[in-house]
Design a protein around this ligand. Structure first.
Ligand code: PEP
Ligand code: MG
Length: 552
């Protein structure tokens, strides 16, 4: 009998096929006495070389970000300081697996101490350690399985290195026990166009080879289904793809109410190969990617070149550039920010400019110079703004640099509540739902266990969005959404119904969002929004809107 599991649908679409689970990390046996330290050192060294080679081979098979992640990982495995630490521990009596574990743990603690983005890298170190330990124990290397046929990947959560190397041609869908709507798994699944369900309790108990169907819209996973169910899911997915591919034109409801569809990028490279027909522009240019992993800030020329390269894609469109969003989940080495107990509540985003105004000024100068080189309509906004004077001072600074359109992101509830007053001093607002949900629901966006609270369907979040949209309407100024919420096709009519006029998302999400908007009149969107606001939590809101739109 088929059974049903429920999680959060984070990447729409339907898929079905046999499950293959991520091989679990090896469990470390009891420490044993080492008889021959040289032999033990050779076991550890061989394991590290095998991991280094394997990761380098995988790096060579892929390009872009996946290549860089795997290449960096293979370099860590081959780093002589790692082997020195392992050899020293073996000399002190440890066996190879424990020496490997303890050495990587030490490096891990150092990274975790640095917090945020670098702490996320700690998961990469664990990944390398697990691989090396498995080899030292004579076990298969853990990681993404390769059953030799297409499969539905089930995992606890996915590490960046796993997600970077998934072959979309072989993976039908993703299911994870942990992870939330803004997790790495969710973002990757959306960018690959794979159906994905996260926070799915019980998923890891489904054994390899079991046939399942995955619905990335509703979060439903059916296990133990038959071949015919899988075939039907495939047919429906195929029909859906064909239907979406046929959808063209700018974003609008069925009665012609316009909602600009825009894309989120981290650099010009994200626009290469993307069909930009009917895309109104870039709704979020996350500039911090240019600053990551550096000891010094990029200079004026380098910044101008990077921005102009992206602006050139949109000679007749809008590009919304976000100034540096450093701190918390995006720590930047060169800033040397002080260690804080709660970085998400500390010096991040625009707050960095309190002590380091020159960084913001240099960036604004670069954006202005790049804007002057192209005819793109360049808007500039700041992240993590909490008060009107902050918004006012930022807008003044943007205009001082000759950039005419200044706005702020709404990521803090205080800002959402005061949207009307903010619009007295800025030209537009863009709602960062990833952060706005973390601060509204008091749930750390980096904690997978709180996925239900971070869910953008939370009525409290929707109410704040509605308030901002109403303020925008009253002031005749643009209010968009550029967080992950904008990529959810079921939520799109709700956001339009709340009064949002711009949705910015990863390019892959555009067809489904466009199609979903085109299925409803504005009045229907408004009714769906009202329905979602009446509910008690995210799950209820999603179920209520799904019931209204599909009659289920
Ligand atoms: C957001 O917070 O929703 C957002 C778009 O910014 P980021 O995810 O980069 O913090
Ligand atoms: Mg944010």
């Amino acid at each position: 009998m088929p059974e049903e599991l429920r999680g959060i649908g984070v990447s729409p679409g339907l898929g079905g096929g046999p499950v293959a689970r991520m091989s679990p990390p090896p469990s470390l046996p009891e420490a044993r006495a080492v008889v021959d330290p040289d032999q033990e050192t050779a076991v550890a060294a061989n394991a590290l070389v095998a991991v280094e080679n394997r990761l380098r081979e995988r790096a060579a098979e892929v390009t872009g970000e996946a290549h860089d992640i795997l290449d960096a990982q293979s370099m860590i495995a081959g780093d002589p300081t790692v082997m020195e630490g392992v050899a020293a521990r073996i000399k002190d009596g440890a066996d190879a697996p424990h020496a490997l574990r303890d050495t990587f743990d030490e490096h891990r603690r150092t990274l975790e101490g640095l917090g945020g983005y670098l702490a996320e890298r700690a998961a990469d170190l664990d990944d390398i350690a697990h691989r090396a330990i498995a080899i030292a124990l004579g076990l298969p290397m853990p990681g993404v399985p390769d059953p030799g046929h297409p499969f539905v990947l089930v995992a606890d959560d996915l590490a960046p290195a796993d997600t970077a190397t998934l072959d979309p041609a072989n993976v039908i869908g993703l299911i994870t026990e942990r992870g939330g709507p803004t997790s790495h798994t969710a973002i990757l699944a959306r960018s690959l166009g794979l159906p994905a369900v996260v926070g799915c309790t019980g998923a890891l108990d489904v054994t390899d080879g079991t046939l399942v169907t995955v619905d990335g819209t509703t979060g439903q996973v059916r296990t133990g289904v038959g071949e015919e169910d899988v075939a039907e899911a495939r047919e429906r997915a195929e029909a859906e793809r064909a239907r979406l591919a046929g959808g063209k034109g700018p974003g609008r409801t069925s009665d012609g109410h316009s909602v600009d569809l825009m894309v989120n990028i981290g650099s010009a490279a994200d626009l290469a190969g993307v069909d930009l027909t009917d895309v109104a522009g870039v709704g979020l240019f996350r500039t911090e990617f240019l600053f990551l992993d550096r000891h010094d800030a990029p200079g004026l020329e380098e910044q101008v070149a990077a921005y102009a390269e992206a602006f050139r894609f949109f000679d007749s469109g809008t590009i919304v550039v976000r100034t540096l969003d450093a701190g918390a989940d995006k720590p930047l080495q060169f800033l040397g920010l002080p260690e804080e107990p709660n970085p998400a509540l500390g010096i991040r985003g625009l707050r960095v400019a309190r002590d380091r105004p020159e960084i913001l000024d240099l960036q604004l100068e670069a954006i202005a110079l790049a804007a002057a080189q192209t005819s793109a309509d360049v808007w500039v906004m700041a992240p993590m703004v909490s008060t009107r004077p902050e918004a006012d001072a930022f807008a003044a600074r943007v205009r001082d640099h000759g950039l005419p359109t200044a706005g702020v992101m709404i990521e803090v509830p205080a800002a959402a509540l005061r949207a009307r007053q903010f619009l007295d001093v800025v030209d537009f607002l863009s709602i960062g739902t990833n952060d706005l949900s973390q601060y509204t629901l008091a749930a750390d966006r980096q904690t997978g266990g709180l996925a239900d609270l971070l869910d953008p369907w939370q009525p409290a979040l929707l109410e704040l969005i509605g308030g901002c949209a109403a303020a925008g309407k009253a002031a005749s100024k643009s209010v968009g959404v550029c967080g992950e919420a904008a990529a959810d096709p079921l939520l799109a009519p709700v956001l339009a119904g709340l009064g949002i006029t711009k949705l910015s998302m990863s390019p892959r999400s555009l067809p489904a969002v466009r199609a979903s908007l085109a299925e409803h009149t504005l009045a229907e969107c408004e009714r769906l929004a009202a329905r979602a606001l009446e509910t008690g939590d995210a799950a209820e809101a999603r179920a209520a809107v799904l019931a209204e739109t599909t009659g289920t």
